[in-house]
Ligand binder design. Structure first.
Ligand code: ZN
Length: 292
């Protein structure tokens, strides 16, 4: 890849080169702030990466700590319920679509609150686990296929999904098609304009070539969501209550430089402290918007 300018997927402006990481170059849009990774690998390379990923990196970790991770989703459900209350709506009976539902943790929790749930996931092992927990509600499909109930949803959620897709604008456009008028969209993703991203530069843990491609900023979200016909767009920095040891282990995959730096400290931490949960913020944002 040379220094040729790349085109912003959100606003069409030429993005500017910011840094190199491994064999990849990172570019930022001077207008909307969208950060993108180039070159985008082919589908075979991406597929291979995810097949390995389930057994090795962060997937395994998420499974091991799924009980502790539940608090993160509980917090998300509270945010959704607060938003619905502002619209005089109740979660009971609402149709919820979670795109990239992984092992179904979030859907299981929101189903208990009375929602009618549907989950899409591509990772075979995750689909298997989610299907056991939520029989008949999980589909090994992407949002562009017809292999799941074709209906209009009240709530569509995407947790840690947008950064993984090659064409996030196409994904958001399709999700909007499936959302009822007045329906709520909830997105969680690492924000390219967050303080941790700005301070850590290329060492920011979410910069992972092959796994993540695009990092939205507040401006980029406002541009695309306005264009797609959303209103009441809100942003909230995502603090997650997680065990210290979980976050430390996560850095092994997401942020190896940081992991290495923290190792001497982590080694001397007593077990009861390492297992304790603290609020962590690594630059994630929760975006909510209502379709007009
Ligand atoms: Zn742009």
């Amino acid at each position: 890849m040379n220094d040729a300018q790349e085109t912003c997927a959100v606003c069409g402006t030429n993005q500017k080169f910011i840094f190199k990481l491994k064999d990849f170059s990172y570019y930022r849009c001077p207008i909307c702030g969208l950060i993108s990774t180039y070159p985008i690998p082919d589908s075979v390379t991406i597929e291979k990466h995810y097949t390995q990923g389930f057994n090795e990196g962060n997937y395994r970790l998420r499974l091991e700590y799924s009980r502790q991770y539940a608090s993160v989703y509980q917090a998300d459900i509270k945010i959704i319920e607060r938003k619905l209350a502002a619209y005089n709506l109740n979660i009971q009976g609402l149709k919820v679509l979670d795109i990239g539902c992984f092992t179904g943790d979030f859907l299981e929790l929101i189903q208990k609150r009375g929602a009618d749930v549907c989950g899409l996931e591509l990772q075979s092992q995750a689909v298997e686990i989610a299907s056991q927990r939520l029989p008949g509600c999980i589909f090994k499909a992407d949002i562009f296929s017809n292999d799941f109930p074709q209906m209009q949803f009240d709530i569509i959620t995407m947790f840690s999904l947008l950064e993984h897709v090659v064409d996030p604008v196409r994904l958001l456009t399709q999700a909007t098609e499936l959302l009822k008028s007045g329906g709520v969209l909830m997105i969680q993703t690492p924000a390219g304009d967050s303080p941790p991203a700005r301070i850590m530069g290329k060492y920011w843990p979410p910069y992972i070539p092959i796994e993540h491609f695009h990092y939205f900023s507040t401006k980029a979200f406002i541009a695309i969501l306005n264009k797609l016909g959303y209103e009441d767009i809100s942003f909230k920095s995502q603090w997650k209550w997680l065990p210290i040891e979980y976050v430390y282990n996560m850095f092994q995959t997401y942020g190896p430089a940081l992991h290495k730096m923290l190792t001497p400290v982590f080694r001397v931490l007593p077990r009861f402290i390492a297992g304790a949960s603290l609020p962590f913020y690594i630059g994630g944002v929760t975006v909510m918007a209502r379709k007009q």
